[in-house]
Design a protein around this ligand. Sequence first.
Ligand SMILES: Cc1cc2nc3c(=O)[nH]c(=O)nc-3n(C[C@H](O)[C@H](O)[C@H](O)COP(=O)(O)OP(=O)(O)OC[C@H]3O[C@@H](n4cnc5c(N)ncnc54)[C@H](O)[C@@H]3O)c2cc1C
Length: 399
Amino acid sequence: MIDPSIFELNFDQYRKLIADFTENELIPSENEMVRDGAVPERLVERMAQLGLFGISIPQSYGGLEWNMEQQVLLTQEFTRASCVYRSRFSTVIGLCSQAILDHGTEEQRTELLPKMAAGELVTAFGLTEEDAGSDASQLTTSAVLENGNYVVNGAKRYITNAGWADAFIIFARTDASVHGAKGVSALLVDATLPGVSTSLPTRMNGHAEAPVGEIHLANVVVPSSRLLGGPQGEGQGLTMALRGINHARLHVAATCVGQATRILEEITAHVNTRKQFNAPLADLGAVKSVLGECFAEVEAARALVMEGARAFDMGDVPRHRIAAAKLFASEMVGRVADKCLQLLGGEGIVGDHPIPRMWRDVRALRIYEGSSPIHERNLAVAMIRQGKIDGRLPNSYRV
Ligand SMILES: Cc1cc2nc3c(=O)[nH]c(=O)nc-3n(C[C@H](O)[C@H](O)[C@H](O)COP(=O)(O)OP(=O)(O)OC[C@H]3O[C@@H](n4cnc5c(N)ncnc54)[C@H](O)[C@@H]3O)c2cc1C
């Protein structure tokens, strides 16, 4: 439950609270999290009390209702700590709540969103399958209407919070006769229903404390009232998915900025104290060059994320700018992490310095919410199409 006093805070006060939480509780607990292989439960409770599950949910549904600009500023604060913490609530604030908010029926919104905002209903987003990754339109999980219920069969993989969620949004083919995106709908599936089971991977390469799991659905009987958006939602599943994904992509871009900021703070402290050739590493021109270049890269990504957020708050979903921000920021944090790890020398490989852990964790950011090559391809397709229409760029700034 969100501490009632949180609702009294203005944004600057709330941001400071989250910055202090990050500095005093999340960062100092990173080694404990790595040792135990999971986000400590006391911190998940603190996240709920502080309203982190509800930052994007309107106050009328029990959330804090910060706008997108405020959401990315908050994300840049709490992702100075391990981005694994964020993944514990990210599927609620981005992917799931936004799809429900924009496409759910009023009954679904009223029932689900207040519990999600309070951290009492953790939801996961079940889109990816073994043969439907970058091309989600090929998914084969089926939902067949029988006597007023959907009978769902299939399997999802790489699902964030699969092992912790109370409910899933499952994207399934409700019309087997329609191939591609149009036959897909979104169903709200309770994790405790008979026939639902989850499993975790044996190994993770980064993000190890938030393993992405599989969801298995074997003859799961889901009431037809759980079709997201009601009967009008039939066949609209991938449109709904994209609403959540576009929101989450900007959060991921902000995550890259938060992680890169922390990496630069850590490496600056290191090069100021580590001495070789009778002087701190910071005195070397080659080191200064890396620091300066990385700083400029982070600031470029920060500006791009902020611009995307402001455009979002103007009322449109500027999906091409969001894709560009996600592409640039996730590639940026990869470059920054790699260069800074190099400055650690052997400490980048041996021991428990946070940079090598973050270097592994941020690798995934170039893969989920659309891999970098997919964003490059989609941006190019949109540019070519728009160019043929009016010679402008997609989401053009021209007046
Ligand atoms: C940590 C993590 C968390 C995740 N969380 C979720 C979640 O909560 N819910 C969910 O549904 N999914 C989730 N995913 C899945 C993620 O969205 C997919 O991994 C991603 O869409 C890529 O699909 P794939 O892994 O099947 O790779 P593939 O589709 O097999 O693609 C592999 C690579 O091929 C290249 N490629 C593919 N198609 C093209 C193309 N048209 N043009 C150019 N290059 C191309 C790209 O380099 C791509 O990286 C998560 C994944 C990870 C790693």
